[in-house]
Design a protein around this ligand. Structure first.
Ligand code: ZN
Length: 378
């Protein structure tokens, strides 16, 4: 889906396949439609050159927009896992949410600001070239590139998640109410109103003739709507586990399995008797791996008598471990990233316990039910 293109200021940068499609589409529509219409008589090669150059400038612009977000984040000590460039701009994947409202506002505003700045610079060059009667292909390219950057900045300022404007809005609300969750909920409401409005306008266009642009607006509305919901869910999740550490909720009284037990023994003495879905495999107080229901399922029934646990388990090298001080929210993300449902908790060399997705869900639900999650941020 995405292609790695390298690192900049220490952050890996990837290009999502949708960006290639959009760049191609832009080059093509400029070369075959817009440019011949507005600057007639230049010849097909020149039109294609303008189209391709404009697409390249757009690509660089999107990149600079995203880089400016990441730059502010990095400068303020927020780690950025990677930058993915895709068709409306991009996403800087933060491993953490901004810690304070002012930082969120600054970080979100940096992108559109960069886009407007690029638009002004390119616009300036366009104007100069125009004044001195420079070559028409260059005038056309500069004009279009400046225009696109203006659109990029303006579009991203729409106050709706997950666009930058939505984050600026949330940051400002958060600053005022000091409550991240209520700020997110209110910003989500605004986003939903905007997305509904966009879909309604799009539908109007579709019905009254402008089919393609109408569909485009409906799609953007839908994109905003789903992004807003994801943000709200993410914030709820983070908030409901705020301050909880793995050590607080892990299962400490662990039953462990010997590596020499047969898979059949494991089934009849453990899985059929105890409620747990996985066990550490331990020999001489040393963790050798983890065995789960799915490791058992991968062994054919007729082989379970002879096959030993050590052959069925996920070995230590591939076992995901955390420490008792790991934040619960980080543990949840680790599970999602590694596609596992349980983590072994290690206190140095010692097995301290195990934590499962179920444990985390139970904690979240309990804290939500008790109203412990809606706490105020300062
Ligand atoms: Zn942005």
């Amino acid at each position: 889906m995405s292609l790695n293109i390298g690192r900049i200021i220490g952050i890996p940068v990837r290009i999502h396949y949708t960006l290639w499609l959009v760049l191609l589409l832009i080059a093509w529509s400029l070369a075959e439609g817009y440019m011949p219409q507005h600057y007639p008589g230049l010849g097909a090669t020149t039109y294609w050159a303008i189209g391709i150059f404009s697409a390249i400038i757009l690509f660089i612009s999107v990149f600079l927009h995203e880089l400016s977000h990441s730059y502010i984040a990095k400068k303020n000590g927020l780690p950025i896992a990677r930058i993915t460039l895709f068709f409306f701009g991009g996403v800087s994947e933060m491993s953490e949410e901004p810690k304070d409202a002012a930082l969120e506002v600054r970080m979100a505003a940096a992108g559109p600001l960069a886009s407007f700045l690029i638009a002004i610079v390119l616009g300036g060059f366009w104007y100069l070239t125009f004044l001195v009667n420079g070559p028409i292909p260059i005038i056309a390219t500069l004009y279009y590139a400046a225009f696109l950057n203006g659109v990029l900045g303006a579009f991203n300022l729409i106050p709706a998640f997950p666009l930058d404007g939505g984050r600026v809005l949330r940051g400002s609300l958060w600053r005022r109410s000091k409550n991240l969750l209520s700020a997110t909920a209110n910003a989500t409401r605004v986003s939903e109103a905007i997305s509904l409005l966009m879909m309604a306008v799009g539908l109007f266009f579709v019905v009254f003739g402008d089919f393609v642009n109408g569909l485009w607006i409906i799609f953007l509305g839908w994109f905003i709507r789903s992004g807003a919901e994801t943000s709200l869910r993410q914030t709820r999740l983070t908030e409901s586990l705020a301050g909880v550490r793995v050590g607080d909720i892990m299962t400490k009284e662990l039953l462990s399995v010997s590596p020499d037990a047969s898979v059949q023994q494991l089934v009849s003495d453990y899985f059929l008797v105890h409620p747990h879905g996985g066990y550490p495999v331990v020999s001489n107080a040393k963790l050798l791996g983890v065995v789960t229901m799915s490791s058992v399922r991968s062994i054919p029934r007729e082989k379970r008598e002879i096959e030993r646990v050590t052959e069925a388990m996920v070995p230590y090298e591939r076992t995901v471990t955390v420490s008792p001080t790991t934040l619960a929210i980080d543990a949840l993300q680790l599970m999602a990233k590694n596609l596992v449902g349980r983590l072994v908790v290690m206190d140095g060399d010692r097995i301290a316990g195990m934590v499962t997705r179920g444990d985390l869900m139970k904690t979240m639900k309990a804290r939500q039910d008790l109203g412990l999650w809606d706490h105020t941020h300062v």
